[in-house]
Design a protein around this ligand. Sequence first.
Ligand code: B4P
Length: 194
Amino acid sequence: MFNLVLFGPPGSGKGTQSENIVTNYNLLHISTGDLLRDEVSRHTPLGTEAKKYMDQGMLVPDEVVIGMISGKIDEMPDARGFVFDGFPRTRTQAEALDKLLEFKNTKIHLVLSLEVPEADLIKRLVGRGETSGRSDDTEEVITKRIKEYHLKTTPVANYYNSYGKLETVVGSNTIEETFKALAKHINKYILPVT
Ligand code: B4P
């Protein structure tokens, strides 16, 4: 089993590149953003609670997100591996993920961090907001999401770096160029199936 964390600020391309990675390497995609948006659109109690945080550009509480992930991993015991997209976003989430994977006799093998200048992040997300209708893609909320990232999520990079698992990748080139740069690192662990 090969497990990858795709890391980076909001709009760095985690969702975009996860799609490429799961297709090329036959891995399973776990995006906490997508899972939360699905709960919101189905008006579940979890979604109603999560929406309050998401609309303000804040992280959803750890216990909500960790419970959601645990269920998802259990649903797919025969996977070749997972791409974790947008998770973990706090040190508490990172420690919880390590425990969950240890319980299944596996671990996080690699963390790829996408680096994109802040001005590009804002431009991309404002652009997406114009067509997606996502309530958290307005300039005001995006700025808060980036602040929240610096405050709560950057410690996650230090956590993985301390275990020698973190690699940084330039995320400001085209989608194809960025994928090639990510693939160079992944190919040291597993080869593409397509
Ligand atoms: P997420 O859904 O995780 O998403 P994101 O940070 O907005 O974006 P991502 O990096 O995936 O960018 P994308 O590829 O879409 O989070 C949303 C919210 O959910 C959070 O703010 C939080 O409230 C909550 N949440 C999620 N996970 C949580 C957790 N673990 N704990 C607590 N709360 C959590 O790309 C963005 C845009 O850029 C797209 O329009 C794309 O087309 C474009 N783009 C991508 N790559 C490009 C490139 N190379 N060049 C030009 N444009 C590019």
